[in-house]
Design a protein around this ligand. Structure first.
Ligand SMILES: [Zn+2]
Length: 214
């Protein structure tokens, strides 16, 4: 299973990617984390990327995609991979052309007030990365590991609106390309976590069943 998942901020990407990876035994690839990890390991690619980040520059898309390609080719016992949040724009889309995807999951939001509210209530565990909300954890203690939960530094209304607009202008055209290729799965991400996850699993199972019959 070669999967990518896209959606606006607050659509539940992190939560669902984690659960999909666990259920289908997939390697969970978060592009930003992979970059940081490579730099920490000090590999050849890591050293090149460090030069950019050290100067406060973005790592060029070709280098990020080279890293992504290495990641998807090294699956060691996994049943496939799921890429969290790439390609997010047409530049990344073209750069990712040499990575074959079976299916792209689109977490759709129509009413963006839903995600604004979700993000403003969002809490994250700095220790185990568990994502929850002030509604679910009013004591601000992580249910997984007992650490003090935190807000993400960029979870404020100004940056949320910037991120939503970037998604509409830059990511939606990418989705249209995958739709035209017939590999896009649309999910209504305004529903509750449980309903959303069920819809994802049903549609993924259907998709791969039909694929195996062809
Ligand atoms: Zn935790």
């Amino acid at each position: 299973m070669k999967i990518a998942i896209l959606g606006p901020p607050g659509s539940g990407k992190g939560t669902h990617t984690f659960r999909i990876a666990e259920k289908y035994d997939l390697k969970h690839i978060v592009v930003g984390d992979a970059v940081k990890q490579e730099i920490r390991k000090g590999t050849e690619l890591g050293k090149i990327m460090f030069e950019y980040t050290n100067q406060g520059k973005f790592v060029p898309v070709e280098i990020v995609m080279q890293l992504l390609k290495e990641q998807v080719e090294d699956l060691r016992g996994y049943n496939g991979f799921i890429i969290d949040t790439a390609p997010i724009n047409m530049e990344q889309y073209y750069a990712m052309k040499n990575i074959t995807l079976d299916v792209v999951i689109s977490l759709n939001i129509n009413n963006f007030d839903v995600v604004r509210e979700r993000i403003l209530k969002r809490l994250i565990c700095p220790n185990c990365k568990h994502v929850t909300s002030i509604d679910e954890a009013p004591d601000r203690i992580c249910g997984n590991c007992g650490s003090q939960l935190e807000k993400r530094y960029d979870d404020n209304i100004e940056t949320i609106n910037i991120r939503i607009n970037r998604y509409k202008n830059e990511t939606v055209p990418v989705l249209e390309n995958y739709r035209n290729q017939g590999i896009l799965i649309d999910i209504n991400a305004e529903n509750s976590k449980e309903v959303v996850f069920e819809e994802i699993c049903t549609k993924l199972d259907d998709f791969f069943q039909k694929k195996s019959l062809n």
